[in-house]
Design a protein around this ligand. Structure first.
Ligand SMILES: [Fe+2]
Length: 279
């Protein structure tokens, strides 16, 4: 399986080099950020919220936007010192707020997904929720709670695809909105769905590891061969203001009100997320 010639794995004491790796290559893995108890609590929380009736099927895909509003264990991530030190270093600020959060549950049999960037590269006025939230160049931060490995499930990235001047490898071209790419000659809007792309790195990580990739880095989920749980959370410096076109939900308001005092500053400028918002 394709692996990089440079180191992408960092101990939690070595935040500086982890940040450098993201800036240089567009991604990194920081080892052992979650302890066993929190790992279990997070998995259980995803199960409770995404499969409450225990009928999630093989090949399934389900997600829970703004999971921090309804999951107490997700809030505990903000108490992990090395994680917060990394976020402060990569964002260049200690004054941070929760930007987005998301949990994903995938069942065995879910195929490799389409390559894409999470950053909204569409120009002009925001018409979709991602246009509102994903134009800040914020890194994507994920916990793959069952680890990441091509033989089981997880994430693959295209190394060095995080810079504005990156273009798809020879034989490939961007979709018109640059959200994805495909083989030259295919339908202009189609998204490539195979790991056989030059520069592809199939990430290998353990369950407690933290995977970070830059805002633009192109990535995809590898074929899911076992049930898997993941949680993503993005923070943003409060200096970046979001003019959200949606009202804060009731659960968002309740969360802010009940947030523990020592973490309250992290939700001061929280705006929630309306997955169904369209303009
Ligand atoms: Fe993504």
């Amino acid at each position: 399986m394709p692996q990089p010639s440079y180191n992408i794995y960092f101990e939690k004491e070595n935040i500086e080099d982890a940040v450098k790796c993201v800036n240089e290559h567009g991604y990194c893995v920081i080892k052992n950020i979650l302890d066993k108890n929190l790992l279990k609590e997070l998995k259980n929380s995803i199960e409770d919220l995404l499969d409450p009736s225990n009928d999630f099927e093989d090949g399934g895909f389900s997600f829970y936007p703004s999971i921090i509003e309804d999951s107490l264990p997700v809030r505990k991530i903000l108490e992990i010192k090395p994680y917060m030190r990394f976020m402060e270093a990569i964002l260049g600020s200690e004054d941070l707020t929760v930007h987005r959060s998301l949990a994903i549950l995938r069942g065995s049999g879910d195929p490799t997904g389409p390559w894409h960037t999470d950053e909204s590269l569409r120009e002009g006025e925001a018409t979709l929720p991602d246009d509102v939230m994903n134009r800040f160049g914020l890194p994507n931060c994920w916990f793959y709670l069952n680890g990441s490995h091509p033989e089981r499930h997880g994430i693959a990235v295209i190394e060095n695809s995080h810079t504005k001047d990156w273009i798809p490898p020879e034989g490939f071209e961007f979709t018109p909105d640059k959200s994805s790419f495909h083989l030259i000659g295919e339908d202009k809007n189609s998204c490539h769905q195979d790991l056989n792309v030059p520069g592809c790195v199939e990430i290998i990580a353990d369950p407690g590891d933290f995977i970070c990739f830059a805002a633009l880095t192109y990535h995809t989920n590898m074929e899911t061969k076992m049930r898997r749980h993941s949680i993503g959370m993005a923070l943003r410096p409060k200096i970046l203001k979001v003019d959200a076109p949606w009202p804060l939900t009731e659960s968002g308001k309740v969360m802010i009100e009940n947030f523990p005092d020592h973490l309250k500053s992290y939700v001061e400028e929280y705006v929630g997320f309306d997955f169904n918002w369209r303009k």
